[in-house]
Design a protein around this ligand. Structure first.
Ligand code: CO8
Length: 263
């Protein structure tokens, strides 16, 4: 059910529990046109709904993760079109509906909307030539899919301000040093394989615990420390109502491997 045919994506399940999406619009360096975004939303929704899938990897090509929103599509957009039709709002769907972990494996250009899409990942991995940036300023606009907020949270105000105001790019090494990405790999293949291996590891755990873990870490982005810790504790307490808590702890005590029920 998850392996539909798409025009701008390749979708597969290369490892147990892992959904894999490759952006595939090579002629435009994976520029994010509306049809591509609609397909991406659909593929993510399918993986979100698939019981067997525990984590998702999103990548592009070796040359480009995505070179941004489709500039040619935006060129003649008017304010009333953009505001009236909530241009880009369907993008926020990507993060708000997705409860399963998403790893973005970035090789090549991740610019503008491409950088924003990469940052929608719960974990970002980078290949050696990954190039991040928010060059919208050069087009007479600003980031519009969360870049000013997520980049600032990720690397701090001074660096984000410099990046967004100059349009200068961030290299893979710099992204690693600044903590924008979790890991920098030596080759593009290792970056994608590393993301798939991490996704497989996450998918081997109880989906209910993984979902709760993602939820509480994300809360840290919105809540103060006191409310955040209280929120975490409520969710932690709630997991004692799950079967998998009993299964995991019983298996540990018996020196067995747990067989999760995702209940
Ligand atoms: N949109 C549309 N087409 C693009 C885009 C893009 N963002 N990026 C590249 N392409 C196309 C080029 O037009 C070219 O097409 P053609 O062969 O028909 O001329 C093809 O892809 C190959 O590109 P280049 O020849 O330019 O390749 P180079 O290797 O010389 O350069 C670069 C690569 C540096 C990445 C260059 O293509 C570039 O600067 N691209 C634009 C980067 C950019 O400005 N991105 C930000 C876009 S604005 C944005 O994302 C706003 C986000 C708002 C939220 C999202 C809303 C959907």
């Amino acid at each position: 059910a998850t392996e539909k045919t798409y025009e701008h994506l390749r979708v597969s399940t290369p490892k147990a529990g892992v959904g894999f999406i490759e952006l595939n619009r090579p002629k435009a360096l994976n520029a994010l046109c509306t049809p591509l975004i609609l397909e991406l939303n659909q593929a993510l929704r399918d993986f979100q709904a698939a019981k067997s899938i525990g984590a998702i990897v999103l990548t592009g090509s070796e040359k480009a993760f995505a070179a941004g929103a489709d500039i040619k599509e935006m060129q003649n957009l008017t304010f009333s079109d953009a505001y009236g039709k909530d241009f880009i709002e369907s993008w926020s769907d990507l993060v708000t509906f997705l409860k399963k972990p998403l790893i973005t494996a970035v090789n090549g250009y991740a610019l503008g909307g491409g950088c924003e899409l990469a940052m929608m990942g719960d974990i970002i991995y980078a290949g050696p030539k990954a190039t991040f940036g928010q060059p919208e300023i050069k087009l007479g606009v600003i980031p519009g899919a969360g870049g000013s907020q997520r980049l600032t949270k990720a690397i701090g105000k001074a660096r984000a301000m410099e990046t967004i105001l100059t349009g200068d790019v961030i290299s893979a090494k710099q992204a690693g040093d600044w903590g924008l990405v979790a890991k920098v790999f030596e080759t593009p293949e290792e970056c994608v394989d590393g993301a798939l291996a991490t996704a497989a590891k996450i998918a081997s755990y109880s989906q209910i615990a993984v979902k709760a873990a993602k939820e509480v870490v994300n809360k840290s982005q919105d809540l103060g420390i006191r409310e955040g810790v209280e929120y975490e504790r409520r969710v932690f307490h709630g997991l004692f109502g799950s079967q998998d808590q009993k299964i995991g702890m019983t298996a540990f005590a018996a020196k067995d491997k747990p067989k999760w029920t995702n209940q």
